[in-house]
Design a protein around this ligand. Structure first.
Ligand code: ATP
Ligand code: MG
Length: 379
């Protein structure tokens, strides 16, 4: 193993066997034994990684992409089917909530139990137990059985132990997300401190801002492989783009197969409903915004039931609000719509503006209407 590395992963693959045996009773099992099927589910495929000593690294990827599995492999509570994982240094991990705790033991008893797993002697633990309890802020709850703890309380205890066992390598899975604002911030400050001290940290999280702030490096797992590995800002950008693309593909398939109906949102910013416009204003601007995830849908604007020509323009404000819901479908430069009219041409009296999105089957995805009045020129 290269002495600069804290973790080395070499040609490592991991699959799980999934048992499709749905029969519950013995009779079913006997009758249908031939239908019993075991399938391989390949989760990680030929992974190669070097994690340097002193690096803070994030593992990112969508749900089910294998992040937790990779951390468990690094922790050595599960093992690869092929290839290998080596670690150099004392390692501690924060995996699923409650893992490593005895439900009927108190928080205090669990500290002894948990810390001894990490190689601390009773004397070591006694020296630092006050610090551990203080960091956890569990107060008198520390003497209650952990089965009575909330998720946040579990996490407080687990994190406090993990940072006090003098590990060189700290592996953290998601778990911090269940902490309240105050405790989360405290944890991240602590991680910053450990990072400054040169510890190696591997963290799994969906909180991408944290990755950008805390990590030297981000590794993106996609379909069982390392898709990108490098500067967090770059990797996150590419990752989000792919998420949007996948989301788009899924929506398109649903729309094409008729399973889904498109979504759309439309707003008229100006004129507002029942506006009274002075003829003296002469030229008036009509504008608003519209978006949809059905690319085949028609966007139609009519003024007094006649279609008008419009221009599309940039609406960053709308983009920011809707970018997640319409991931992959919206181009911020083409959200706004705008056109001008001469009020003289419209004439004095009531008028109607209608804006709509209609899909190929004639369903109206969204529409907005507004009535306004053009007044006589004021003297
Ligand atoms: N013990 C297991 N037996 C069978 N399949 C498993 C097992 N553990 C994980 N898997 C499968 O492996 C895949 C990866 O799971 P994993 O928990 O590593 O994903 P993840 O990236 O941590 O996702 P999330 O963001 O939801 O936490 C999933 O499809 C999951 O169903
Ligand atoms: Mg996970």
């Amino acid at each position: 193993m290269d002495s600069r590395n804290a973790i080395e992963v070499r040609n490592m693959s991991k699959y799980f066997k999934i048992d499709y045996d749905k029969s519950n009773t013995l009779k079913d099992k006997l009758l249908y034994w031939k239908r019993h099927k075991v399938e391989r589910h390949q989760v990680l495929n030929d992974i190669n990684l070097n994690i340097r000593k002193g690096e803070t690294v994030a593992l990112i990827g969508t749900n089910g992409s294998g992040k937790s599995t990779l951390l468990k492999l690094m922790t050595k509570i599960i093992f690869p089917n092929s290839g290998e994982i080596k670690t150099d240094g004392k390692l501690t991990s924060l995996l699923e909530l409650g893992a490593g705790f005895h439900q009927d033991f108190t928080g205090r008893e669990n500290i002894y139990f948990n810390a001894s797993i990490f190689g601390l002697t009773r004397k070591d633990i006694e020296e630092r137990i006050d610090e551990i309890i203080e960091f956890s802020e569990l107060g008198e709850f520390i003497d209650n059985p952990v089965r009575t703890y909330s998720s946040g309380m579990y996490m407080r205890l687990a994190f406090s132990v993990a940072i006090n066992v003098d590990a060189d390598i700290l592996l953290i899975d998601e778990i911090l997300a269940v902490g309240d604002q105050h405790f989360q911030e405290k944890c991240y400050r602590k991680l910053e401190e450990l990072k400054r001290k040169g510890k190696t940290i591997v963290i799994v999280t969906h909180t991408l801002d944290v990755v950008k702030k805390l990590c030297h490096r981000a590794i993106w797992l996609y379909k069982g492989e390392v898709r990108l590995d490098g500067d967090p800002v770059y990797v996150i950008d590419e990752y989000l783009e792919q998420v949007a693309k996948d989301h788009k593909e899924e929506r398109m398939k649903a729309l094409e197969s008729g399973d889904g109906k498109g979504r759309a949102a439309i707003t008229i910013d100006h004129p507002r409903d029942f506006s009274k416009l002075e003829l003296s204003d002469n030229k008036i601007k009509f504008d608003g915004w519209a978006l949809t995830d059905d690319e085949a849908a028609d966007f139609i604007i009519t003024l007094d039931n006649e279609a008008v020509e419009y221009e599309l323009c940039k609406r960053t404000d709308v983009y920011e609000v809707y970018k997640e819901i319409y991931a992959g479908f919206i181009d911020e430069n083409k959200i706004g719509w705008i056109f001008y009219r001469n009020l003289n041409d419209l004439g004095v009296g009531e008028h109607k503006l209608k804006v709509q999105y209609m899909d190929k089957k004639g369903n109206i995805l969204d529409e907005k209407e507004c009535q306004f009045k053009v007044l006589n020129e004021v003297a």
